[in-house]
Ligand binder design. Structure first.
Ligand code: GTP
Ligand code: MG
Length: 201
């Protein structure tokens, strides 16, 4: 699939305020600073469509983008950022959970985890919760350019071990680098296939 058009639609403070569109939506979720906004820019081939920052906690609203006029990308705030007040952290956590459970056109979530570090409790808890809610998701290991093959393989192995405790079948795992463009074809291919399946019903 070629991406010919990528338009910003809106920034919403709650799921109720999100744009009412009846086309498939793909959302990017994960810890603060994991690289959600950077990955969206890499996928659509635009440097500054989604705002990124080296300081965690940049994205505080749900940002929607329309791609090729046919499907949507949603950039969500990160979860678990320690340096905001507990009240703000709880608000963001509630917003993310409401979005995931209530967004009617959500086709699939991309849950981003950092390829450089072993599985984090907060990610495993979030993934476990998705299982309980039966929300379809794909795992994306970000910043693959910043870690050695050996270390990455070790982290992937640990992640799979942890996931095997919760799941009989492992989810799809894709490695990505916003800097090198790694993972782009696989993610866009997955979205394209899912869109086709949804149209066929
Ligand atoms: P919040 O909106 O704060 O939750 O963060 P985010 O998950 O949207 O992260 P963002 O895309 O803003 O990226 C955070 C930092 O990581 C930035 O300094 C990016 O340049 C850097 N970064 C993101 N992805 C990659 C990657 O694949 N490789 C490298 N080397 N750096 C990356
Ligand atoms: Mg962001």
């Amino acid at each position: 699939m070629n991406i010919n058009r990528a338009e910003f639609i809106s920034s919403s403070p709650s799921v109720a305020a999100c744009p009412k569109e009846a086309i498939p939506e793909y959302a990017f979720i994960g810890r603060s600073n994991v690289g959600k906004s950077s990955l969206i820019n890499m996928l659509v081939g635009r440097k500054r469509l989604a705002r990124t920052s080296s300081t965690p906690g940049k994205t505080r609203l749900i940002n929607h983008y329309r791609i090729n006029g046919e499907w949507l990308l949603a950039d969500l705030p990160g979860y678990g950022y320690a340096r905001v007040s507990k009240k703000e952290r709880d608000r963001l956590a509630r917003m993310i959970r409401e979005y995931v459970t209530l967004r009617p056109n959500l086709a699939c979530l991309f849950v981003l985890v950092d390829a450089r570090i072993p599985p984090q409790q907060i990610d495993l808890e979030f993934i476990g919760w998705l299982g309980e809610k039966r929300v379809p998701f794909v795992l994306v290991l970000t910043k693959a350019d910043k870690v050695s093959q050996g270390e990455k393989a070790g982290n992937v192995k640990l992640l799979k071990q942890e996931l095997s405790r919760q799941w009989e079948e492992l989810p799809l795992i894709i490695e990505s680098s916003a800097v090198k463009g790694a993972g782009r074809d696989e993610i866009i291919g997955f979205i394209s296939d899912t869109n086709k399946k949804l149209v066929r019903g």
